[in-house]
Design a protein around this ligand. Sequence first.
Ligand SMILES: Cc1cc2nc3c(=O)[nH]c(=O)nc-3n(C[C@H](O)[C@H](O)[C@H](O)COP(=O)(O)O)c2cc1C
Length: 182
Amino acid sequence: MGKKIVILNGSPRMKGNTSSLTAEFRRGAEEAGNEVREFFLPRMKINGCLGCWKGGKDPEHPCAQRDGMDEIYPVYREADVVVLASPLYYWSVSGFLKNAFDRLFAVAECDPDYRNPRKECVLIMAAEGTGFEESEYWYDRLGKHIGWKSLGKVLCGNVAQPGDTEGRPELKQAYDLGKTIY
Ligand SMILES: Cc1cc2nc3c(=O)[nH]c(=O)nc-3n(C[C@H](O)[C@H](O)[C@H](O)COP(=O)(O)O)c2cc1C
């Protein structure tokens, strides 16, 4: 049986470089028999975390705020693999992805010890340059501190405008990575 995969896509360009990479990843993952759900975060209404520490009381609606995250929470809970996808914005992930990610804390609040659910994860990013280091550092910390296991990263540098990923080996890398998951 395949795995359940959720893609949190923080690119506002649905036909941009990040989305070309997630599409290939998704094609590979679906061909391998996995179930994939992709959320285009900028199309949803997702507020930033308010840091109120008042979540976790109702697992159905773990956060004290009610917004687009209510669609993501049940899919996230069920997911075996979480794909974090984003363009590089000022050497970091986009605010759309960071906002949604911070809001996953509400699920950890459902645990008496604030433990995040254990997941496997993937990082997919596109950038005009190649300065992915800070984003990788953030992502690697998910493994170190919340126990997530990385299945791989696809980092496609030197792409600025939609279509720039065409012919790039990272598309195949994304497809192959999706295909290895089952
Ligand atoms: C607000 C903003 C900040 C950016 N910051 C960086 C950066 O720090 N380093 C970089 O290499 N590219 C940067 N870029 C370029 C994007 O990462 C690049 O165009 C990427 O391919 C966009 O992906 P998308 O097509 O999925 O939107 C920035 C773009 C924007 C709009």
